[in-house]
Design a protein around this ligand. Sequence first.
Ligand SMILES: [Zn+2]
Length: 79
Amino acid sequence: MPNPKRRHTRSRRDSRRASNWKLELGGLSVCPNKDCGRLKPPHSVCPHCGFYNGELIVARKEKKKKGEQPAGETGKGKT
Ligand SMILES: [Zn+2]
């Protein structure tokens, strides 16, 4: 079995860990719903409109305020 001959320094180890990670937004498909069209995980109900395979699976509550932007759903504060 190949083994490392020398231990790497903390600097080398940490720089490797710092540079080689990346948050990826992978494996997303476009929602087939015409009204939605946003990105969703494939083979799953769209979290935005609740459609799957052209059918409404999960009914979404309609927002009372029409002024809210659909993209940034902020949690409702109780205060
Ligand atoms: Zn959708």
